[in-house]
Design a protein around this ligand. Structure first.
Ligand code: SAM
Length: 296
């Protein structure tokens, strides 16, 4: 999440314990035990841990740099990452329709944080009613449903067909229409449509090919189009330009599900968008939350 101020980051750092790749299995085992006592202590325990790792000194846009992170992910997961396979999270569709995430956690703090983040996205989207927006990696569809109910013309793209079924059924119950597209992020390049905006909400950080992805996103935008990034780990003074998210929570997800969990240094992210032709500004909200708005 992009809500780490410097002082907060330093405080967090002083309380964290480092873990090596070989110690992750043990960390996950202990976290799983703690999870039985609740979601909050589980997350708090994980986030007291951070991965000790140093990427090579080569430029962050080189194949060598990227290979380092693929190899590190392999060491954490024990197999080669494939988006189609490892991002395809299985869940009980019928149960999720009745009670989608985050409500399923029954944790008011988690639900409140999510609701605040969706509201921030809605407020950040300074586009006229009816604007055409594509959400990339829409998951449970929470943000897209809110935007559709608020008068935007919404499409969603996700690699997981189960999520698309969930969104279709949630829309049906609310009398909403959202176009669903099954595909990998980079499939955006093959779409016929153009959009006024593309939204990444807690999804951009799953993209190893994020530079290529942003180039493709640009080709699908109308003139003056925007890209919104919310709930993404784009932080000041990240330990490296980009790479695997060293937080305990991210390590848990990579080890358990195989998800790709990345983190971006803010200056790297800003320079990347600038090099592709986007002007970037940040919208600031309560509790240090930010939404990055990239405009053509
Ligand atoms: C944390 S969820 C996003 C939550 C969602 N935006 C919301 O508002 O509820 C991440 C989503 O990204 C999707 N995803 C991950 N990697 C992907 C990829 N390579 N291509 C397309 N979708 C991907 C996952 O299937 C998942 O739905």
């Amino acid at each position: 999440m992009a809500r780490t101020g410097c002082a907060h980051a330093e405080r967090q750092h002083s309380m964290t314990q480092t873990v090596t790749v070989s110690g992750i299995a043990e960390l996950v085992e202990e976290a799983t035990r703690i999870r039985q006592t609740g979601e909050i202590p589980f997350v708090e325990f994980l986030n007291r841990h951070t991965l000790e790792v140093s990427p090579p000194s080569c430029a962050p846009n080189t194949p060598e740099y990227r290979s380092f992170w693929e190899d590190t992910h392999f060491s954490i997961l024990g197999e080669t990452y494939e988006a189609k396979r490892h991002e395809n999270f299985d869940f009980d569709l019928a149960q999720m329709i009745e009670c989608p995430y985050p409500y399923i956690t029954k944790e008011p703090a988690i639900i409140a944080q999510q609701v605040r983040d969706w509201a921030n996205v809605l407020e950040a989207i300074d586009l006229p009613r009816g604007s055409r927006i594509l959400e990339m990696g829409a998951g449970w569809g929470n943000t897209s449903l809110l935007l559709a109910q608020s008068g935007f013309d919404i499409s969603v793209l996700d690699i997981n067909p189960l999520y698309l079924d969930l969104i279709t059924e949630r829309c049906r119950r609310l009398g909403l229409k959202i176009d669903t597209i099954e595909g990998e992020f980079l499939d955006i390049a093959r779409l016929d449509q153009h959009y006024d905006a593309v939204l990444f909400y807690e999804s951009f950080h799953h993209s190893l090919e994020h530079g290529e992805l942003l180039h493709s996103v640009k080709t699908r935008l109308n003139e003056g189009g925007r890209v919104y990034f919310a709930g993404e780990p784009i932080i000041e003074n990240a330990p490296y330009a980009w790479g695997l998210n060293p937080s305990g929570e991210a390590l848990f997800q990579m080890h358990t599900h195989g998800w790709m969990e990345l983190i971006f240094d803010r200056r790297y992210f800003e320079a990347l968008l600038d090099s592709i032709g986007f002007a970037l500004h940040w919208k600031h909200f309560a509790q240090g939350t930010q939404v990055a708005v990239a405009s053509l």
